[in-house]
Design a protein around this ligand. Structure first.
Ligand code: UDX
Length: 432
C-alpha cells in the first residue's frame, strides 16, 4: 500500500519506518524543514534503538521518502496517518490545534477517497471534530473516512512493540476503512480489535491510565511496606503472580514520567470532567505519583540530615533506561528541588546529558563522565534511572570515593542486604 504519515516526530517516524519495512511505500511529511532535511540525509533526530538502521534501509530501497509538501503527500496516498503532537495545555487538556490544522490541509488537498487515521493520542470525540472539519473545508466532493488507530509504543522498544504488538486497535465507522486497516496490519499476525472510533480513542487513554494506576498502586503499597519493614519487591511478586493481576508495571519506584503517562492521565481526567464525570480515582493516581518525589526528598534528609551544602551524586536522568527522553523525568524535578535547597549535584546519564544540560540551566550541577566521577566526594548517591550499565557497580571502589556511604535506590535495583553488610546506609522504595 501507499501510505502518508503527517507528522514525523517520534510516533510518525517509527510508524512510517515500520510500515515501510513491511513492504509498503511510505511518505513521511512534516512542515519542519530542518527535520525533513535531516531525515533526508539519513540522520535521525531522536534516540531509538534500531530506528536509524530501519530508516536507512527503507530509504535505500525507495520505500520511505520525506517531504515538507503535506498537500502533495496527501494527494499521493489513500491512507493518511495523522501523527502530529497533542501537547498538554496548562489545564491538562490536550492541545488539538495540530490535529485541526492537518484536518484542514487534508480537506483542502484531497482529490479522491481518503482514509484519515488518527494515530496521535487524542481525547474521545476528536474523530467527530476531524470529520466535521473535513466536511466544512473540503474543496472537492470526494468521499472520506476517519478512523482511530492508537499506538502503544514504548520508548526504547518502539520498533519491537510495533512489529510484535499485544493487539492492534482499529476504530472505524465503515467496512471499507476497516478492511484497509486490517489489510495493512495483516502481516503482523496479531489480534485485531475492531471497535468504533470513540471506543478506540477511549482505549488509548484508558490503557495508559490503567498502567499508571498500577504503578501508583504499588507505590502506595510500598509506603506501607516501608512503615513496617516489609519488602515491596516480594509483595509485588506475590500480588503479580495472580494471572488476573500479572507482574508487569508493578515495580515500585520514584514514580512514572515520560511523554505519555503524565500527559494522558491528565488529559483523560480533563475529558472525563468535561463530559460530566469526575474521575477522582485518576486524580489520586496523579497525586501519589507526585508524592513519590516528596517522599524521596524526605528520605535524603533522613539519611544525610541537612541537604544544604551536601554533594549529591545523581545516577540517571532519563525517565527510564534506553532513552534520552527527560520529559516529566522525576530526576529533573528532584535535581531542581535539591539545588533549591542548597545541595551541589554531580550527575551522569548514559544518554540524556545533552538534553538535561539544555533543560537544567541552574548553577550547582557538575556534569560527569561516569558514576564514579559523580560519586567522588559525594555524601549520598541517588539512583534515578535503572540503566543496565548501573547494575554492575564496583562497590569497594565506590565506598572508598564517597564521603558518606549512603545509597538511595530509587528503582530498587540493588541488594539491600549485600550493601548493608558492606557498611552502606541503604534506602530503597518500599524496602529498607
Ligand atoms: C508508555 C506506554 O507503555 C506505551 O504503551 C504508550 O504508547 C506510551 O507510554 P513509555 O512512556 O515509553 O510508554 O514508557 P513505559 O515503559 O511504559 O514507562 C513509563 C514510566 O513508568 C517510566 O517512567 C517508568 O520508569 C515507569 N514505570 C514503569 C514504573 O515506575 N514502574 C513500572 O512497573 C513500570
Amino acid at each position: 500500500m501507499k501510505i502518508t504519515i503527517i507528522g514525523s516526530g517520534y510516533v510518525g517516524l517509527v510508524t512510517g519506518a515500520c510500515f515501510a519495512d513491511l513492504g509498503n511505500t511510505v511518505i513521511c511529511a512534516d512542515n519542519d524543514e530542518k527535520k525533513i532535511d535531516m531525515l533526508g540525509r539519513g540522520e535521525i533526530p531522536i534516540y531509538e534503538p534500531g530506528l536509524e538502521e530501519l530508516v536507512k534501509k527503507n530509504k535505500a530501497k525507495g520505500r520511505l521518502v520525506f517531504t515538507t509538501d503535506v498537500k502533495k503527500a496527501t494527494r499521493d496516498s489513500t491512507v493518511i496517518f495523522v501523527c502530529v503532537g497533542t501537547p498538554p495545555r496548562e489545564d491538562g487538556s490536550a492541545d488539538l490545534t495540530g490535529i485541526e490544522k492537518v484536518s484542514r490541509t487534508v480537506a483542502e488537498s484531497m482529490d479522491a477517497y481518503k482514509l484519515i487515521v488518527e494515530k496521535s493520542t487524542v481525547p474521545v470525540e476528536t474523530g467527530e471534530w476531524v470529520k466535521d472539519t473535513i466536511n466544512r473545508f473540503k474543496t472537492n466532493d470526494c468521499d472520506f473516512d476517519v478512523a482511530s488507530n492508537p499506538e502503544f509504543l514504548r520508548e526504547g522498544s518502539a520498533i519491537k512493540d510495533f512489529m510484535n504488538p499485544d493487539r492492534v486497535v482499529i476504530g472505524v465507522e465503515s467496512e471499507k476503512a476497516g478492511e484497509i486497516l486490517k489489510a495493512l496490519y495483516e502481516p503482523l499476525n496479531t489480534k485485531i480489535v475492531v471497535t468504533s472510533i470513540k471506543g478506540a480513542e477511549i482505549i488509548k487513554h484508558a490503557s495508559n491510565s490503567f498502567l499508571a494506576t498500577k504503578i501508583s498502586f504499588i507505590n502506595a503499597v510500598s509506603n506501607i511496606c516501608e512503615k513496617v519493614g516489609a519488602d515491596v519487591t516480594s509483595v509485588a511478586e506475590g500480588i503479580g503472580l495472580d494471572r488476573r493481576i500479572n507482574t508487569h508495571f508493578l515495580k515500585a519506584g520514584i514514580g512514572f514520567g515520560g511523554s505519555c503517562f503524565p500527559k494522558d492521565l491528565k488529559a483523560f481526567i480533563h475529558i472525563s470532567e468535561k463530559l460530566g464525570y469526575k474521575f477522582d480515582l485518576l486524580k489520586e493516581v496523579d497525586r501519589i505519583n507526585e508524592m513519590q518525589k516528596d517522599l524521596l526528598m524526605e528520605k535524603i534528609a533522613r539519611l544525610v540530615w541537612n541537604i544544604r551544602d551536601k554533594e549529591i551524586a545523581v545516577w540517571g536522568l532519563a525517565f527510564k533506561p534506553d532513552t534520552d527522553d527527560i520529559r516529566s523525568a522525576p530526576a529533573i524535578d528532584v535535581i531542581r528541588r535539591l539545588v533549591k535547597e542548597g545541595a551541589r549535584i554531580r550527575v551522569f546519564d548514559p544518554a540524556a546529558m545533552e538534553r538535561s544540560m539544555e533543560e537544567l540551566k541552574v548553577e550547582g550541577i557538575k556534569w560527569c563522565k561516569d558514576i564514579y566521577e559523580t560519586s567522588d566526594g559525594a555524601d549520598c548517591v541517588i539512583l534515578m534511572t535503572e540503566w543496565n550499565e548501573f547494575k554492575e557497580v564496583d562497590w569497594d571502589k565506590l565506598k572508598k570515593i564517597l564521603r558518606q556511604p549512603v545509597i538511595i535506590d530509587g528503582r530498587n535495583l540493588y541488594d539491600p542486604g549485600k550493601l548493608k553488610a558492606m557498611g552502606f546506609r541503604y534506602a530503597g522504595i518500599g524496602r529498607n
